[in-house]
Design a protein around this ligand. Structure first.
Ligand code: SAM
Length: 328
């Protein structure tokens, strides 16, 4: 593995223009997996016509969405405008989900700005038809704001349902060992410790997830060039718990293709969307790379390494701008 990271691809026009040549799907297009399973669409997920074209009459069992926070069409918006935009794709999701289905959404709460857009979003959801089920907190390892505040290490994940979907949590254990003693119950006249209460020496997943490593460059699953990749283990947990084999999963904000990969790993089908052809291409490449090598990402290399290395001009540009390829 060569040391070949990339900068954020949304912030570098020169690199973006170079990479666009290698993107298989153009805006408005849909990539259909050769193996006849997954699909990746390149469009605005609020576009009902294109969403319907992607679904082609199918209904999904699970939605896992991770929208850009307070951004609409790559411009910062106030919380009200952002949530109005969210209401559109939430409504669309409701329409394309089965009558019994789960809906998860990752949502920020900006502590410097009245915890936006969290409050407006959950109020909007009251009218969506979905029923609230759980507010999950995932703990990050690296935080910010430690000098005059509690270190910010939380990511918020909201879980809603439509109807009465599957919930296979019984089989889903964390990697957190049972260590806290003290809670007990009298069973058959005997006092049993909480540590004795199930066969596993690990605890079941609750709504606080502290056993998931944030993605960073030394991890195999790292996808350089992405800036908002969710840990595969988190999406894997959602997929295993809230869907069954061969179920259809939708994700309107594909980015590094984490839901696509978790679906492939767990024998589900995924229809995913990203407005940016580069992230669509990355998602497809991540799936293909996984099928070919069993690897979940590129660690410290990147999905476009071959194309970049074969082009002297762009290699020189990256070297000059970022000194990224020191070890080449
Ligand atoms: C926070 S990232 C999603 C991260 C993803 N869960 C992962 O693990 O890689 C948000 C993505 O949404 C895409 N996006 C932004 N606006 C969109 C829209 N209107 N329709 C579809 N995709 C959009 C962005 O290009 C970006 O890749």
């Amino acid at each position: 593995m060569i040391n070949f990271p990339l900068p954020r691809l949304d912030k570098d026009e020169v690199l973006r223009n170079f990479l666009l040549k290698y993107c298989r799907i153009k805006p408005g297009g849909i990539w259909v997996d050769e193996k006849g399973k997954h699909k990746v669409g390149c469009f605005n997920c609020g576009d009902e016509k294109l969403v319907n074209r992607l679904m082609d009459g199918a209904k999904a069992n699970l939605a896992v969405h991770d929208p850009p926070y307070n951004m609409v069409a790559f411009e910062f918006k106030n919380s009200g405008e952002f949530v109005k935009w969210c209401a559109g794709w939430v409504e669309l999701s409701y329409k394309i989900l089965e009558k019994d289905a789960s809906f998860y959404v990752w949502l920020g709460a900006d502590q410097k700005k009245n915890y936006e857009p969290f409050a407006e979003f959950i109020i909007m959801m009251k009218e969506s038809g979905f029923t609230s089920k759980s507010f999950i907190t995932m703990r990050n390892q690296r935080g910010y704001g430690t000098q005059k505040n509690w270190m910010s290490v939380r990511q918020e994940l909201l879980y809603y349902v439509k109807g009465n979907p599957v919930f296979n949590v019984a089989g889903v254990y964390t990697d957190i060992p049972k260590v806290v003693k003290g809670y007990y119950k009298i069973v058959g006249g005997e006092k049993t410790e909480n540590l004795e209460r199930s066969k596993s020496d690990k605890i079941r997943a609750g709504n606080v997830w502290i056993d998931i490593q944030q993605v960073f460059h030394l991890m195999e699953e790292n996808v350089n060039g992405c800036y908002a990749q969710k840990p595969l283990k988190a999406i894997d947990r959602i997929v295993k718990t809230s869907s069954s084999e061969n179920d259809l999963i939708i994700d309107f904000f594909s980015h590094a293709g984490t839901t696509l990969l978790a679906s492939e790993k767990n024998k589900r089908i995924c229809y995913t969307v990203d407005i940016d052809p580069i992230y669509c291409e990355i998602s497809i490449r991540r799936l293909e790379n996984f099928r070919k090598t069993g690897k979940t990402g590129w660690q410290n290399s990147n999905p476009f390494a071959d194309e970049i290395l074969n082009d002297k001009e762009i290699s020189a540009y990256l070297q000059n701008e970022y000194k990224l390829m020191d070890k080449l």
